[in-house]
Design a binder for this molecule. Structure first.
Ligand code: SF4
Length: 508
């Protein structure tokens, strides 16, 4: 739908984003392979994790080249740009902005100088101690000295800070290992210098990161689906707190920080691709099981189960299997219209959700429907869907949600909304049902969701449902997307930016 600049986005409704992932990362070390193209296809498979900008860095052993721009992977790269990216090492990034706005200078991979070369870095996740890291960098530089590298060129991301903090004497692996204990929050890094590929994951392992094997090399990627697309076989997950180093001598690993696993449960609900596996569990199987569980917890007499496309599909299949109610496709999603950069006319914009979803009237007219979606953030999308289905002749519309009510913001790389915008904070389930115009509404229970992932509850982050944040949060004023813009504007400790979390919404 229309962005601030009037162009279209992939969201179903203006101002009604679904949960947005923080990014996808990829890395490859493969002498003799076209690593730029492998990275391109890897990023292509990770496009759902970030659609704002894309970039690839390569090295031939002597020199690092970077190409990045705003837009989708397929818009940023073509044969010509990929052919300039020569070498046998590459990292890549597809960005959705968390810390730092969606502007060209914040695109990744970031580049930074080191005493004996260059470092390039791609980051999935979000750090929560950005202000501390700014202070650390300023202390190292003697306070008043002007910033260098990407920060000097206007980069306001936590990623640029990490890149700058790696500008220390000595081995890069040592520099990364020494820095990891100072980083708090979620990070999966793919990093390279002229000769070596590195991968590092935070000790909670909040975001996924996997290692794969090519005939002639190694791949690291946010999701197993990115290994599949480039023909790499899955080897294992990068362990929480682990640093992997890959060069001509092979692969070396060190457990830099003690693992305290807290994988993001929302990856299973919505964020990851259904054909990805996380911690040994198929994401698709988790979602189908969530649908089955929903049917057990919130049965209803109905004629047809339909998903909100596409994310509700596996759970809708599960609900139909468990309930015995037939599954059908009641709406068609136009997958491509939201990925154009052409500005819609006012007439087109007024179509609202109809621009993205079209009901199949002959299938839904006169039917009692169960509509399955993965989550409710503000409720505007579900309200528009229910209205559209009624206008198309549905006799009843029962909404079922395959995650519990989202009540807390995420600070580890997922952009939901501020606390005040989350509909489940102001209304109970019956009130939400009335607000969205549904005949009934049912959310899966917290335990039902967790059991569907087949992961121990103690090893999952579920803070957006519970408010129990596994990595302690700083003062609310030191959080938010614009934390570095505020710092740059000379307002340390100033009130929160309008786009940042409201004061008092971080639990003690
Ligand atoms: S707060 Fe929610 S979305 Fe964020 S990491 Fe935790 S479970 Fe995932």
């Amino acid at each position: 739908m229309a962005r601030g600049d009037g162009r279209l986005t992939h969201d179903l409704l203006p101002g009604e984003k679904g949960p947005q992932d923080s990014c996808g990362v990829f890395g490859v070390f493969a002498p003799g392979e076209d690593v730029a193209k492998l990275t391109y296809y890897g990023l292509y498979a990770l496009q759902h994790r970030g659609q704002e900008s894309a970039g690839i860095a390569t090295s031939d052993g002597e020199q690092i080249l970077v190409y990045k721009d705003m837009g989708l992977v397929s818009q940023v790269f073509d044969e010509t740009s990929l052919s300039t990216l020569q070498g046998h090492i590459a990292i890549g990034h597809a960005r959705y902005s968390t810390t730092g706005g969606s502007i060209w200078s914040n695109a990744q991979p970031t580049l930074g100088p080191r005493p004996e070369g260059t470092v390039a870095l791609a980051h999935n996740g979000n750090l929560v101690n950005t202000r501390e890291l700014v202070d650390m960098l300023e202390a190292r530089r003697g306070g008043a000295r002007a910033p260098k590298g990407e920060i000097a060129r206007g980069n306001t991301t936590d990623t640029a800070l990490v890149t700058a903090l790696l500008d220390v004497e000595g081995d890069l692996a040592r520099a990364i290992a020494d820095l990891m204990p100072h980083l708090r929050g979620a990070y999966c890094f793919t990093i390279m210098d002229e000769t070596t590929l590195y991968a590092a994951r935070d000790p909670q392992g909040i975001r996924p990161l996997v290692l794969g094997r090519l005939d002639r090399g190694w791949v690291v990627a946010s999701e197993t689906a990115a290994l599949d697309i480039c023909g790499a076989s899955f080897v294992r997950e990068v362990a929480p707190g682990e640093l992997i180093v890959i060069d001509e001598q092979g692969l070396r690993s060190s457990q830099v920080l003690e693992p305290r696993p807290k994988g993001c449960v929302f990856e299973y609900v919505y964020l990851a691709r259904p054909d990805t596996r996380i911690a040994g569990r198929s994401v698709n199987a988790s979602r189908v099981e969530m649908g089955r569980q929903l049917a057990r917890e919130h049965p209803v007499e109905a004629d047809l189960v339909i998903p909100t496309p596409e994310s509700g599909t596996p759970a809708a299949i599960g609900y139909a299997q468990e309930s015995g109610i037939p599954y059908g496709q009641g709406m068609v999603k136009n997958a491509y219209v939201g990925r154009t950069f052409i500005q819609p006319s006012q007439t087109i914009r007024q179509l609202g959700i109809r621009l993205k979803l079209n009901p199949l009237k002959e299938i839904i007219a006169g039917k009692r429907l169960v509509v399955i979606d993965d989550s409710i953030v503000r409720g505007n999308t579900q309200r528009a869907v229910v209205r559209m289905l009624r206008e198309a002749g549905a006799a009843e519309v029962h909404v079922r949600i395959s995650s519990p009510p989202v009540r807390w913001p995420c600070y580890y790389g997922i952009d939901f909304a501020s606390r005040a915008e989350l509909i489940a904070n102001g209304l109970d389930t019956d009130e939400i049902a009335r607000s969205i115009g549904a005949d009934s509404l049912g959310y899966i229970s917290f335990d039902g969701m967790v059991e569907s992932t087949e992961q121990p509850a103690g090893e999952l982050c579920s803070a957006c449902f519970t408010g129990q944040y596994p990595v302690p949060l700083p003062d609310p004023r030191a959080l938010g997307k614009s934390v570095l813009e505020q710092k740059k504007a000379g307002a340390p400790g100033a009130g929160p930016h309008p786009a940042s979390p409201e004061k008092n919404e971080v639990p003690a």
